[in-house]
Design a protein around this ligand. Structure first.
Ligand code: UD1
Length: 370
């Protein structure tokens, strides 16, 4: 069986690594890895391949940045040629990025079964490009591999046959479990004492100048009580640079802006943080596993298990609430959490087991669809 994986951006890389490793042990499987090039900066892409031990991509499409339509369409055009040439038996797609939806569309139209790793997550917020990507990808997928039971329920409510759904647990946590012993703090001023770790890149937070300015002012206030370590995503850096704001962030005594970190460095930064402030999806999950308080600057989450079971608290866009929550955490009022079911470091193995079992695919193909 020839399996072709499509990845494109940073959060995909932690998910594909354990799947490739588990499938490598199966003699009946041949694998091809395609990197669309949605993320292309050294520190957004190559560092992760090196640290996670992902094999060099067999094919790099070099798609790069662009509007959503341009990025998705360019990926589709280039990937169609690749799939026609390589003729895989199955395409594996990961998460919810533009590369994921582009690959699903191309494969489904060529009648190649699509398996979606991290299927079924829903924020119910169509203002998020990722929610559109999730919905379209799941409609087109033959096999849905979910990270948690809420994913199964969402899919069944949408009419997906249970024969197509398998709860395999959180594959990103496999990578975390494997690499946690190697996590190493970067050499950044301020990481030796209490600090709040910040990441922001969602359009809802960084594309609106007013909101971004309000967030930065709030960090300025928080930094009087606690250092802020802020690895800045390229899109956020562009937005900060064009902001007219009365704050010298390059020489700020309490806010350290730094480059996006490697996986091992960011893992150590999370593990040692007093609190994490973020709008990322994956970081809500990693902090839940590490049992570090997480304050999420979003109105909703497609990962409700991190709130119901884990350490995550949704703050919305309310900066006053953010300040009071950070104060509470600094004075020891910390939300305790548990590690969700099947977030155990063995999801990659479970995925391999499902994919080598020909009956699973046959049952899914034979079952009625939406
Ligand atoms: C993408 C995903 C998002 C994911 C995030 C992780 C979609 C719709 N969004 O968002 O779900 O959480 O990745 O980072 O797919 N840029 C660089 N260098 C790079 C990559 C991007 O400078 O290596 C700049 C470009 O100017 C680009 C901008 O960052 O326009 C945004 O990149 P893009 O891939 O479009 O979306 P992300 O915000 O990274």
């Amino acid at each position: 069986m020839h399996i072709l994986h499509v990845v494109g951006a940073r959060p995909n890389f932690m998910k594909v690594a354990p799947v490739i490793a588990a499938l490598e042990k199966r003699e009946s499987i041949r694998q091809t890895l395609v990197h669309t090039g949605q993320h292309y900066d050294e520190n957004m892409s190559r560092v992760f391949f090196d640290q996670l031990g992902i094999p060099k991509p067999d094919i790099s499409l070099g798609v790069g940045s662009g509007s959503h339509a341009v990025q998705t369409a360019n990926t589709m055009i280039k990937l169609e040629e690749t799939l026609i040439e390589k003729q895989p038996d199955m395409v594996l797609v990961y998460g919810d990025i533009n590369s994921t939806v582009a690959a699903s569309l191309v494969a489904a139209k060529l009648s190649i079964p699509v398996t979606h790793v991290e299927a079924g997550l829903r924020s119910r917020d169509l203002g998020m490009p990722e929610e559109i990507n999730r919905l379209v990808t799941d409609v087109l997928s033959t096999l849905h591999l979910t990270p948690s039971r809420d994913g199964d329920e969402n899919l069944m409510k949408e009419g997906i046959s249970p024969a197509k759904i398998h709860c395999v647990g959180n594959v990103m946590i496999d990578t975390l479990v494997r690499l946690l012993p190697q996590a190493e703090l970067p050499d950044i001023d301020g990481v030796q004492s209490n600090y709040a770790l910040v990441t922001l890149h969602r359009p809802s937070n960084v594309d609106e100048p007013e909101m971004l300015a309000k967030l930065l002012k709030t960090f300025d206030e928080i930094s009087r009580d606690c250092k802020i370590i802020f690895p800045v995503h390229p899109r956020t850096r562009q937005r900060i640079a064009s902001l007219d704001i009365d704050l010298d962030l390059d020489n700020h005594p309490g806010i350290v802006l730094c480059e996006p970190q490697g996986y091992l460095q960011f893992l150590a930064l999370q593990k040692n943080a007093t609190v994490v402030i973020t709008d990322s999806g994956g970081i809500q999950e990693e902090t839940t596993y590490l049992q570090i308080p997480c304050l999420t600057m979003r109105e909703n989450t497609e990962r409700p298990v991190t709130v119901d079971v884990g350490t995550n608290v949704l703050i919305g866009r309310d900066c006053e609430r953010l300040k009071s929550q950070v104060k509470a955490i600094l004075s020891g009022h910390v939300k305790r959490g548990r590690i969700p079911e099947l977030w155990d470091g063995h999801s990659g193995e479970r995925i391999a087991e499902i994919l080598v079992n020909g009956d699973v695919l046959q049952d899914a193909l034979a079952s009625s669809t939406v």
